[in-house]
Write a protein that binds this ligand. Structure first.
Ligand code: NAP
Length: 311
């Protein structure tokens, strides 16, 4: 261990833990994956535990954890970690309810711990350029299309269809995290329509009506898209159109390229760079805004029943 080394443990070693957190921790000069905490999964050559307290007893040098479990179990784990004196990175969505995330932010403050509620899509390559281009421009209208194949991105994940699993809002919240990052104005939801498969507890599609100032922004989220995937945000402004595609990796503004990335480029190197920075400054970053809009969609949304979903 060096003076700059941050031994970290991944909690909930599933798809995102393996696909993104493991490589981005390995790529960062300061983080070192020191353990995993998962009920079933393990990795070669990394000490594995099935609960946090066993991990802490064996590795008192570990100071931070990345919680990569489904949202329904995140609060209890995050509270346990903060109370045990660990700094905590939360995968998105940061919790199953808005109130539990606020409670964690308060606990982190009281305990002097760093809490980072991540929104990985905000680290897509074109997002900062889109935000800078929009500053000072008038937004006239907008359209979000976020359509992906649930079988491809969430294979076998029954939790996503349970209460608190968010269904199509699991990806849709990524669009909302970008929108709320780049718009110079607050957003509010004015209506929604949610399509629930008759055998599931979470929506498979959602259409949202949002407002930012006088601008109407319509969002179309769908989990049933096969073939090419669509993660697009279009905003019409008084000085032309801003188009984010590939989940914010590629951006054009008034016909000019601002960023040209690949939709599948990792955003997680940026997530870990920000976490290292927050740890160095001993500051937390917790923005519940995207989760609040999803909660509002469940509050205002009309419920429609659609065909059963069977994987
Ligand atoms: P996942 O493949 O199901 O992995 C989550 C892991 O958490 C499981 O493998 C499981 O490992 C552990 N876990 C602990 N308690 C659990 C419970 N009650 N039910 C199910 N699993 C439990 O899910 P994921 O795709 O990695 O998603 C995890 C989080 O990352 C979600 O919040 C999701 O929104 C976010 N995320 C996912 C993606 C993606 O493309 N899939 C992208 C970005 C962010 P053990 O059984 O070993 O404990």
């Amino acid at each position: 261990m060096t003076a700059t080394d941050i031994p970290i443990a991944i909690v909930g070693l599933g798809k995102i833990g393996r696909d993104q957190h493991v490589p981005s921790i390995a790529a960062h000069p300061r983080f070192r994956l020191a353990a995993t905490v998962s009920r079933h999964a393990t990795m070669e050559e990394v000490p594995a535990y099935t609960d946090l307290s066993a991990m802490q007893a064996a590795h008192p040098e570990i100071t931070a954890v990345a919680l990569c479990t489904p949202p329904q179990v995140r609060y209890d784990l995050a509270r346990e970690a903060l109370e045990a004196g660990l700094d905590v990175l939360l995968e998105k969505p940061p919790g199953a309810t808005v109130a539990e995330v606020e409670a964690l932010a308060r606990l982190a403050r009281e305990r002097g711990r760093v809490l980072f509620a991540t929104w990985h899509s905000r680290f897509a390559q074109g997002v900062p350029a889109a935000r800078d281009w929009l500053a000072g421009r008038e937004i006239l209208s907008g359209r979000i299309t976020w359509r992906e194949d649930v079988r491809r991105w969430h294979p076998g994940q029954t939790w996503i269809w349970q209460p608190g699993g968010l269904g199509v809002f699991d990806p849709g919240i990524n669009a909302l995290s970008i929108l709320t990052e780049i718009l110079p104005l607050p957003v509010r939801l004015t209506g929604a329509e949610l399509e629930f498969p008759e055998n599931q507890q979470a929506p498979i599609a959602a259409r949202l009506s949002l407002r930012a100032g006088a601008a109407a922004i319509e969002a179309d989220f769908d989990f049933r898209q096969t073939g090419p995937q669509t993660w697009d945000i279009l905003l019409e402004t008084d000085e032309g159109r801003l188009h984010l595609s590939g989940g914010g990796a590629t951006v054009t503004a008034a016909g000019r390229d601002l960023a040209k990335g690949d939709a599948l480029d990792s955003e997680y190197d940026g997530v870990y760079a920000r976490f290292a920075d927050l740890l160095a400054r001993r500051e937390s970053e917790v923005d519940v805004t995207p989760l609040m809009h999803v909660a509002d969609a469940f509050m205002l949304g009309r419920r429609l029943t659609t065909d059963p979903f069977v994987e």
